[in-house]
Design a protein around this ligand. Structure first.
Ligand code: NAP
Length: 286
């Protein structure tokens, strides 16, 4: 039976670390504000934003909360981002995605000052990751690296398989594992479905980030592997589940993350950590 990787517990530790960093920065007069921008009335996005604002409170991070109407224009949103870029009290800027369909997300990501890019989505942040330079990393893969480290899972020399190649999870995940000397395979929707099980079976570290409920089954898992489930899906009964069939995979894996209580809480906690890091970078302390 696999060891369960407790994302909730680790997230508390990451938040405590971030809170200590923020307090230390505040004592030196360095502000660590986080601007959180929500456009429109999407209930899911509103829930995420509320959770992020609560985390800010827990970490002593002053939050600047912007709720904009659904008919906000691109120009209005860009003007707000320009103001936040110039605001010395704002160390980090987060624009909650997805945006309403009439808004250009790519333009928004590009407009955020890379030094305040606490989501780690800006091409400069991703470019720094590719080049192996220090910088702000996307929260989900950064949280997964923390989990691996906390449970003594060293990627060096291991085979890592990532199912999914999005810019916010799969691609940066593969680069972070590569930087830690794992051998990487990345599967995606064009991967031959007859081959997918075999590819997954080669993984010492298997990261499922494809958004398909319970796609990765127990027999796809190499005995003793670390299985990281990024998915936040709904099963046939509408219940929250991951991309991994937990019941069958936990019988084979060495370590496994649950859904909920795994990657999700760590993603949120890494945002707080990134706010402190952004403030440090802006003041030449990192
Ligand atoms: P995404 O942008 O939709 O990307 C999904 C990826 O999976 C794509 O690269 C896609 O391939 C690939 N894929 C689709 N069907 C596949 C198949 N049959 N076999 C292999 N690969 C397949 O999703 P995302 O934003 O990366 O998120 C993935 C999942 O993680 C979702 O459930 C999301 O809700 C969840 N998530 C959770 C957190 C968290 O904090 N826990 C954070 C972010 C995302 P193509 O590139 O070829 O289309």
């Amino acid at each position: 039976m696999a060891t369960i990787i407790d994302g909730k517990k680790l997230a508390v530790e990451v938040r405590e670390r971030a809170a200590a960093e923020v307090a230390e920065l505040a004592s030196r007069g360095i502000p660590c504000g986080l601007a959180v921008v929500l456009v429109g009335n999407d209930q899911g996005s509103a829930t995420y934003v509320r959770a992020k604002l609560r985390d800010c409170e827990l970490c002593g991070i002053p939050s600047h909360d912007y709720k904009l109407p659904a008919d906000t224009t691109q120009e209005e949103l860009m003007a707000l981002i320009a103001r936040l870029n110039a605001d010395a009290d704002v160390a980090g800027i987060l624009v909650q995605m997805p945006l309403p369909a009439h808004l250009d997300e790519e333009q928004v990501v590009l407009a955020i000052d890379p030094l305040k890019d606490v989501d780690g989505f800006h091409p400069e942040s991703l470019g720094r990751l590719v080049r192996g330079l220090p910088g702000l990393r996307p929260c989900t893969p950064a949280g997964i690296m923390e989990m691996l480290d906390a449970y003594g899972i060293d990627p060096a020399g291991k085979n890592a398989v990532i199912v999914g190649r999005s810019s916010i999870v799969g691609k940066p995940m593969s680069l972070m594992l590569l930087a830690r000397n794992a051998t990487i395979s990345v599967a995606h929707s064009h991967t031959d479905p007859r081959e997918l099980a075999r590819i997954c079976q080669s993984a010492d570290i298997l990261v499922a980030a494809c958004g398909i409920p319970k796609m990765v089954k127990g027999p796809w898992v190499k005995p003793g592997a670390a299985v990281i489930d990024v998915g936040m899906d709904r099963d046939e009964d509408g219940k929250l589940c991951g991309d991994v069939d937990f019941a069958s995979a936990e019988l084979v894996a060495g370590h496994i993350t649950p859904v909920p209580g795994g990657v999700g809480p760590m993603t949120r906690a890494m945002l707080m950590s990134n706010v402190a890091l952004a403030a440090k970078i802006q003041h030449g302390l990192a």
